[in-house]
Design a protein around this ligand. Structure first.
Ligand code: B12
Ligand code: SF4
Ligand code: SF4
Length: 334
């Protein structure tokens, strides 16, 4: 199935109403547990939950990429017109979820082999979103998704708020289980769920000494400041601490190459080599117990050559697993 993304979903699954049965009910904890299992089954790497409040509602865009306005309403049913999408205030539960990307192909950025890492994850996310929207409909609830790739709201922010990972020098989310090798998505629901909390796995602290991504970026778009500033002068952004990148020079460098996007910074990150080497295990231990060891572990990562970019040539000789990812990685096991 390649469903294409829709705000309201495919709307084809029979509802409890149409089957003459009551909607599913359970505790918020049971709902979260059920959704976690369903999302893994649909091929998401992990998912987490939070609730929209006065602050976090600001992370929902005011307009989708197609120009339609996103408007919160007191109506019970979500709907859309030519110009607007209406989000019932009852759809205040947010599920953020991740989809794994292949570290082996990403470290071939910026080439077509590297670029398809992104495309493949987006294709899988289309199916995952449609599947969970239909799953919720079958239970008697609404799942409001991205109307097109990356619509609806700021994905890394919801990833962090739902405890899936931490922000990093990439100005993107790094997950303890999968490193930066995940794309992040979100869905609004009226199914009450148990919420998760943001985590501190020492990742942002590790970034202070590491800087590997910023040194590898060919357009010098990433921040080299020791600590994340709370304000981005270029964007006029305040309110969250982040290592803001120069997104104009990043995107310009893609356009100059004119063949593909880029992801060098993701590919070289020591956390991208998850479970490939003992060094990674040591990094994990080091960062949780001895933050001063971070620069040592970054040097070890360099010494073992794990952070190297790779050539996009002869990709057909790569003996990759399906989708180039390890789908046997359990979550929460770090
Ligand atoms: C626009 C965009 C870009 C633009 C501009 C980025 C920007 N910062 O504006 C450009 C072209 C530069 C870009 C590049 C890349 N991107 Co991009 N991008 C997006 C997009 C579509 C929108 C982000 C946005 O709204 N930015 C505007 C404002 C909010 O930016 P900002 O103030 O700098 O805030 C950033 C962070 O600080 C954080 N954030 C913002 N508010 C808050 C609040 C809180 C509380 C917290 C914790 C965090 C947080 O989120 C923002 C992420 O860019 C998202 C998808 C999405 N809907 O989120 C993908 C997305 C962020 N990109 C992604 C990726 C992977 C990339 C690339 C590696 C390209 C690739 N090969 O895929 C590069 C990495 C470049 C880099 N390291 O800087 C992934 C990141 C996944 C992850 N693990 O976090 C996303 C989430 C797409 C996806 N569906 O997975 N991107
Ligand atoms: S995607 Fe490429 S150009 Fe953009 S910040 Fe990362 S390494 Fe630099
Ligand atoms: S390469 Fe180093 S500095 Fe960059 S995100 Fe990864 S751990 Fe942080």
């Amino acid at each position: 199935m390649l469903a294409g993304k829709k705000f309201l979903g495919p709307q084809t699954a029979p509802t409890p109403e149409s089957r003459g049965v009551p909607k599913w009910t359970g505790t918020p904890e049971e709902a979260s547990k059920m959704l976690r299992a369903a999302m893994r089954h649909f091929s998401a790497a992990n998912c987490g939950f939070t609730v929209l409040d006065e602050n976090t509602s600001k992370l929902i865009y005011s307009k989708d990429p197609d120009g339609k306005e996103l408007i919160f309403t007191d109506e019970v049913k979500a709907s859309e017109t030519d110009k607007q999408r209406f989000i019932p205030k009852s759809c205040k539960c947010v599920m953020a979820y991740t989809v794994q990307m292949s570290p082996e192909t990403m470290r071939r950025s910026p080439t077509m082999t590297g670029g398809q890492t992104t495309t493949l994850a987006y294709k899988r996310a289309e199916n995952i979103q449609a599947s969970v929207q239909e799953f919720l409909r079958g239970l008697g609830y609404q799942g409001l998704g991205e109307s097109s790739t990356n619509a609806l709201g700021i994905a890394p922010a919801f990833g962090v708020l739902t405890g899936l990972g931490e922000m990093s020098r990439l100005n993107r989310m790094i997950s303890p289980e999968f490193g930066p090798m995940v794309r992040v998505f979100k869905l609004l629901m009226d199914l009450p769920v148990a919420v998760d909390k943001p985590i501190d796995a020492g990742i942002m602290a590790f970034c202070k000494a590491c800087k590997k991504c910023a040194e590898a970026c060919l357009s010098q778009s990433l921040s080299l400041t020791p600590s994340p500033p709370g304000r981005c002068e270029a964007r006029g952004t305040t309110g969250h601490k982040a290592y803001f990148e120069d997104s104009v020079s990043c995107m310009t460098s893609w356009r100059e190459k004119a063949t593909t996007n880029c992801g060098i910074c993701f590919g070289v990150c020591p956390f991208a080599k998850k479970d490939k080497a003992w060094i990674h295990e040591m990094v994990k231990v080091g960062m949780s117990v001895a933050p001063f060891a971070d620069s040592f572990f970054r040097s070890m990562d360099d010494a073992f050559g794990y952070g190297a970019q790779a050539s996009g040539e002869s990709w057909w000789n790569l003996d990759l697993p399906e989708y180039g990812i390890d789908s046997s990685q359990p979550v929460g096991a770090v």
